[in-house]
Write a protein of this length. Structure first.
Length: 272
């Protein structure tokens, strides 16, 4: 529990995709671990980190980041074992130290043909192996916030269908990323993100089998965005911005300032 009482930690996730070599991943994780071990936002519980490297780097990342950040995988198989050459099961991911796993990312859908039924099966596989899915959702075309939220909720409901049918419980992290904004000259506006994520958080809070779920923003992110979105998202899912470990420090600094402001705004308790 955060030192801020009932306020949940702000989640800060980083997917390294396939940008780094193994050696660079080790160096990056070492630098991030050094920052996190002494940063007030992490020590106070105001911030919670998770890092998702490539498969071969997971054991090293887990060893380096143990105690300061969760480690996850960028993908998993729909099955737990079998003659599935090239696949990696959720049970093995859990065995080597993963506690989170990315599911349904737009690149997996676009480049590797992952359909709704595949995302559904992978979400169930994650939950039955006690892995927290980082479930990526987003609308394909620019629309109103209400329409975008409705599409994201449809994707969320569909992804949880198999898991819920089998009674697999567990918190999930919904990562909202509007597909139309990927690589666009202008990112999604803060107001659009606020409105969509507010609706997603309200919906996620009602998921009976998945209490403690969170909604984070996974689009273009940089310093100041969390401050703009404060109160409407539970964190950020970072990409290339976080390739410089100093960027992690800047985000943690921002979380610390938000937490401090929230504490100072609380009314004094009578008798104290």
């Amino acid at each position: 529990m955060s030192s801020l009482g009932s306020v949940r930690p702000v989640q800060v996730g980083v997917s390294l995709k396939m940008y780094f070599s193994h050696d660079r991943t080790v160096a990056w994780c070492t630098a991030v671990a050094e920052i996190a071990r002494t940063h007030d936002a992490v020590l106070s519980g105001a911030a919670e980190l998770f890092v998702i490297p490539t498969f071969p780097s997971i054991p090293a990342a887990h060893q380096i980041l143990n105690g300061v950040a969760r480690v996850g995988a960028q993908n998993l198989s729909t099955e737990d074992a079998g003659a599935l050459t090239g696949e990696v099961s959720g049970s093995v991911l859990a065995e080597v130290g993963c506690t989170v796993v990315e599911v349904g990312h737009a690149e997996r859908r676009r480049l590797f043909g992952e359909t709704d039924p595949i995302v559904r099966a992978k979400t169930a596989a994650a939950l039955r192996n006690n892995l927290r899915p980082v479930l990526c959702v987003g609308e394909a075309h620019q629309s109103t916030a209400a329409e975008a939220a409705a599409e994201c909720i449809r994707q969320l409901d569909d992804a949880l269908m198999d898991a819920d049918a089998d009674g697999h419980r567990g918190a999930i992290t919904v990562a909202y990323e509007p597909h139309w904004a990927i690589g666009a000259p202008e990112p999604a506006s803060a107001r659009h993100i606020q409105d969509v994520c507010t609706l997603l958080r309200e919906y996620a809070a009602r998921l009976e089998l998945h209490s403690g779920s969170a909604v984070i923003y996974g689009g273009s992110a940089g310093p100041g965005l969390l401050t703009e979105l404060a109160g409407t998202v539970d964190g950020l899912f970072l990409g290339r911005f976080a390739h410089d470990p100093a960027a992690i420090r800047s985000i943690l600094d921002e979380i610390g300032r938000i937490a401090s402001d929230r504490t100072s705004d609380r009314p004094a308790v009578a008798g104290h």
